[in-house]
Each structure stands twice: as structure tokens, then as C-alpha cells.
Design a protein around this ligand. Structure first.
Ligand code: F6R
Length: 370
């Protein structure tokens, strides 16, 4: 039931504060910031202790959450992590080193390529292999065929475009990074306390980001007749740029590409002209100054900038530059909060263009064919 909402997608965007809260509470008791809950992945501590490398396999939006996890695994706890789309991984005879944790991320748990990639790895049985399903459907094939089940507590997702499944995947991946960090003694108590505190602020920040609905709807009017669009981000926001581009193309049918902003001058800058909207994910983080330089490159070529920034950054709208302020959030968890404005932007553009938002042409919710 869509209730008061016009589309399931919008309803599911609005469910994110609760969905993320439920997911975080699997591992963190409300108000506790010094430790993870004892029962969180407790049965699997020995397995997680032994892993030396992480391989993420997924498709589409789930692949994008894996890309964020790579930054987290490597920068926060120094565990090497590779991420690949399942349809490539399974056909290239990849190397899976001993003591790998294979994380299959899938909302449905029935995606054919993801399942097949997992089965191929299991057939070759590398030493110390541990498989984990990060999945929204407890009864799915993926959950049955893996050693560890880490649920996303998003509740059923009906809209074909994934929204709350994505942000709950990110929250759960952060919990997993913390768990591995703790069992492998790769995380100081102070860092753990800080991150647990920040995780508990997430639902409130997501809630506040839903207030951007109105300014983003206004922003979306500039996209109605556009043919093509770029999404830029750096660091943890690069995967969110990819996700923003995927959302826009799948529901509004406007061509969009996500790019690491530092790659701009290696090719896509040639596309930039006054008809090219450029969406920039610009929290005030360690990459902000570099990103600002990238924005200037675009501005100088008459591209029109649509910037999601933090108030702290003091970015102000000017000619050919629109700014929407996103609630303040720590750098580590910012990709979760910045997912909301890109979802809302795609949604409003699609509604304006009159597409079938919940059931875009040619797409299926669960891709059980290769
Ligand atoms: C995009 C979208 C798809 C899915 C992909 C994988 O909004 O929903 O890209 O993310 O088909 O599906 P799951 O996560 O079920 O394996």
C-alpha cells in the first residue's frame, strides 16, 4: 500500500530513516556508544577473525554499496577489499586468495549473476573461504547458500529503483567493518566509540535530508528537457555519483554518467557546455578543495552546476550554479546521507517527464536471468 504517497519509490525514500535505524540497531543498542551488541554476528567471530581479504560481488545499485565498503574496509581497518560486478567476475577466471571473505550484496538474493559467481568460487574452495550474504530477503537463494547472513532490515522494496535497500546496505556494511575491526583488533576503542555515536545520529540526519524534497523539486525543473547529465564526486562520494547517475537514467530515461571528479579532465570535460547539467556531491570533507577546483573547470566551460553541499562549506549559488544544503554529517557516513538528495532528484525529474517511476520500461525488480 502506497498510503499517502504517489509512488512506492517516494514512500521507500521516506522510509529510510526508520529502515536505517532498524538496521543499525542489529548491532548497536540505542544510546550505547562504547561497544557493539554481544549478539551481533557472535556465532561468526572465529570466521571473521581469520579473513585477510574481502571480495565484494554484486550488480547495479548493490555494486555501488560495495564500492563504498571498499573505502571503509581499507581506510578504517586496513583490510584489502576488491569489488566487482558479478557478470564480469564470473567469466574471467578470477583469483580468489586464501582467507577471503566473499560478500555478495543483493536486495533480492535471487540475482542470477551474483548467485553464479558465488557458486563458482565455492566450487574452487580456496582455503579459509567465508561467504556472506548481505540481503534484504531472508528466504532467498543467496542466504541459503552462504555461511553468514547479514540482513538489511529495509522491509519489502516494491519500486524497481532501489532506494532504502541501498542505504540499509551501506549501514550494514559499516557495522560489518566495525565487527571485523573489533575481532581482528584493528580498531581503537576511541574510533569505535566515535563511529557508533555517529551511526546513531544517522536516522535523524536522514530525516532532516528529506526536508530537501522541496528545494530539490525546484532544482529538478532544470532537468526536464535535458539529454545528458554528469554526476561528480570524489572519495566516498564517487560511488554515490555512480548511483545518482544510475537512478536518473533508469527512471527518467535521461542519459547520465557518474564520474570521479578527478577524471574530468581526462575526457568528459569535452562534453561540457551550457546544455549539460552537472550534479556535484560536495560535502565539506578532505576532498572538498580538490572538488572545488573540478567545479571551476566545469564552470569555466559554461556547464550548469547543481551542487549538494554542506552549509559549512559556505558554497553560494551564483550564475549557472545551484546549491542545495545537505544536513551536516561526518565524512565517513556522508555517502549514506548524500544518497537521499540524488534519489529525490531522479524521482522528481522522472515524475515531471511522466515516466512509470515504479516500473520503468525494460527493467525487472529481480533479475533472475543472466
Ligand atoms: C537499480 C537497481 C538494480 C539492482 C540490481 C541488483 O535501482 O535496483 O541495479 O540493484 O539489479 O539487484 P539485487 O540487489 O536484487 O541483486
Amino acid at each position: 500500500d502506497k498510503g499517502e504517497f504517489k509512488h512506492y519509490m517516494l514512500k521507500e525514500i521516506y522510509e529510510q530513516p526508520d529502515a536505517v535505524r532498524r538496521t543499525v540497531e542489529m548491532a548497536v543498542d540505542n544510546g550505547t556508544t562504547s561497544k557493539l551488541r554481544d549478539d551481533f554476528l557472535q556465532r561468526h567471530e572465529a570466521q571473521l577473525k581469520g579473513i585477510k581479504h574481502v571480495q565484494v560481488i554484486a550488480c547495479g545499485t548493490s555494486y555501488h554499496s560495495g564500492l563504498v565498503a571498499k573505502y571503509w574496509f581499507e581506510s578504517l581497518i586496513r583490510v584489502p577489499c576488491s569489488v566487482e560486478v558479478a557478470s564480469e567476475f564470473r567469466y574471467r577466471n578470477p583469483v580468489v586468495v586464501d582467507n577471503t571473505l566473499v560478500i555478495c550484496i543483493s536486495q533480492s538474493g535471487e540475482t542470477a549473476d551474483t548467485l553464479s559467481a558465488l557458486r563458482d568460487i565455492q566450487k574452487h574452495t580456496p582455503k579459509g573461504l567465508v561467504s556472506l550474504a548481505l540481503c534484504n530477503v531472508p528466504t532467498s537463494s543467496l542466504v541459503r547458500e552462504t555461511d553468514i547472513f547479514l540482513p538489511t532490515l529495509a522491509g519489502p522494496e516494491i519500486g524497481v529503483a532501489s532506494t532504502k535497500a541501498f542505504t540499509t546496505q551501506l549501514a550494514a556494511l559499516m557495522l560489518l567493518v566495525l565487527k571485523v575491526g573489533v575481532v581482528q583488533e584493528r580498531m581503537t576503542g576511541d574510533n569505535l566509540t566515535t563511529l557508533l555515536g555517529q551511526l546513531q545520529q544517522l536516522p535523524g540526519q536522514l530525516h532532516a535530508s528529506l526536508n530537501l524534497d522541496v528545494p530539490i523539486k525546484v532544482m529538478s525543473e532544470h532537468f526536464e528537457y535535458k539529454k545528458s547529465c554528469l554526476f561528480l564526486g570524489r572519495g566516498l562520494q564517487f560511488p554515490i555519483a555512480l548511483e545518482g547517475a544510475l537512478k536518473l537514467k533508469e527512471i527518467s530515461y535521461i542519459h547520465a554518467e557518474g564520474y570521479a571528479a578527478g577524471e574530468l579532465k581526462h575526457g568528459p570535460l569535452a562534453l561540457v557546455d551550457k546544455d549539460m547539467p552537472i550534479v556535484v556531491l560536495a560535502p565539506k570533507d578532505s576532498m572538498f578543495d580538490k572538488l572545488k577546483a573540478n567545479m571551476q573547470e566545469v564552470h569555466a566551460r559554461h556547464g550548469e552546476l547543481f551542487v549538494f553541499a554542506s552549509e559549512e562549506s559556505k558554497m553560494v549559488a551564483e550564475d549557472r550554479m545551484h546549491v542545495v544544503y545537505v544536513p551536516d554529517v561526518c565524512e565517513t557516513l556522508a555517502p549514506i546521507v548524500y544518497s537521499v538528495p540524488v534519489q529525490l532528484l531522479s524521482y522528481h525529474v522522472a515524475v515531471m517527464r511522466g515516466t512509470d517511476v515504479d516500473q520503468p520500461r525494460n527493467l525487472a525488480k529481480s533479475v533472475t536471468v543472466e
